[in-house]
Design a protein around this ligand. Structure first.
Ligand SMILES: [Zn+2]
Length: 343
């Protein structure tokens, strides 16, 4: 009997180690506390050349991707070529209209031309098409000139395929489970918001677990309320530190929206058998719409995080031990996961 006793004993230890007590999707990628996007408005407008001259490299060097709002009428061949370089560095081009006209009347500019629905094709769709033609990809996020929109303009933007728009309130962090990506709240560098206040917004984003959009124009150039180099550097350094400490996930708006959408569309089930746990994903097609699910960060509560192996399609995934009993893994939520004791 002795030779039988030992293998059985070992098997029971392995089962205990592999057991998954709970599994959940992290609120934001890499289990960051909050999500955060930078938007630089007015790319291609001549006075805003600091986006390509400074912001691009400074942000890239700190592992911070941003979005840049294209005003297509002003884009030269060089602007389009440079935009492609910025895309390769992880920055996201977004639609900021063809010639920067307002969707509604402006109190401070009584004579300004106000777009009518018959202008939308020329102003909104034309920018979309020029971006597609010159950059090789379709934008999915929209920002309004002067931060002014109407329900009609927003319905049009959505009808031509946009997933999100900066069209909510000023000076608010979007909650973790924001309901309407077409009306996202945001902050704008407007001459009153100091670098210290921007830092507080980033802290608030982490502590509230929400999603902040911090908008600005150029850097060290002649654009509206440009940020000077020393301020921009200080701001980015602080963001980089917050990202490295796991407080913020700094990503482009469309990356954040895609994660948010997939998180809402996925539900998880787990089944224990033979010392292994199988985790399956159920995708809500209605919630996902025409979008493809993106990879998700999962958190698994286990007996011993150091001794867990997670496989998908028989391939071992790399994991991060967050705590002695908590393991984190990035997964495509399309094929089931098998969790077992390390072999
Ligand atoms: Zn603008």
């Amino acid at each position: 009997m002795k030779f039988l006793f030992i293998p059985l004993f070992l098997l029971s230890v392995l089962s205990a180690v592999a057991q998954v007590k709970s599994v959940r999707i992290a609120p934001w990628r890499h289990n960051a506390q909050g999500a955060y996007s930078i938007i630089h408005d007015d790319y291609c407008v001549p006075m805003t050349h600091g986006i390509r001259n400074y912001a691009d490299t400074m942000a890239f060097n700190r592992n911070i991707p941003f979005a840049f709002g294209v005003v297509s009428k002003h884009c030269t061949y060089q602007d389009w070529a440079y935009a492609k370089k910025m895309i390769k560095r992880g920055h996201e081009p977004i639609n900021h209209t063809h010639q920067h006209r307002s969707a509604d009347s402006l109190t401070w500019w009584p004579d300004c031309y106000v777009l009518q629905p018959q202008d939308y094709e020329e102003e909104y769709l034309q920018c979309h098409q020029l971006m597609k033609k010159n950059l090789g990809e379709e934008p999915t996020f929209f920002i309004y000139p002067y931060d002014i929109h109407t329900d009609t303009s927003n319905a049009y933007i959505q009808s031509i395929g946009y997933q999100g728009a900066r069209a909510g309130h000023y000076n608010r962090v979007n909650p973790y489970d924001f309901a309407s990506p077409m009306e996202l709240d945001f902050f704008m560098v407007n001459g009153e918001l100091t670098i210290e206040q921007m830092d507080s917004v980033a802290d608030l984003t982490a502590s509230s677990g929400g999603f902040a959009i911090q908008s600005m124009h150029g850097v060290n150039d002649g654009s509206w309320n440009t940020l000077w180099l020393k301020d921009y550097r200080k701001y980015l350094d602080s963001l980089q530190a917050k990202q490295e400490r796991g407080e913020l996930w700094v990503a482009t708006p469309s990356e954040v929206l895609a994660y948010h959408k997939t998180r809402k569309a996925v539900s998880l089930t787990k089944v224990e058998a033979n010392g292994e746990t199988t985790i399956s994903f159920l995708l809500d097609a209605q919630q996902l719409g025409e979008n493809e699910p993106v990879s998700m960060t999962l958190l698994l509560e286990v007996e011993n995080a150091e001794a867990v192996e997670i496989r998908q399609k028989r391939k071992k995934l790399s994991t991060v031990v967050v705590a002695p009993n908590l393991v984190m893994v990035e997964v495509e939520p399309t094929r089931e996961l098998v969790v077992s004791a390390e072999r």
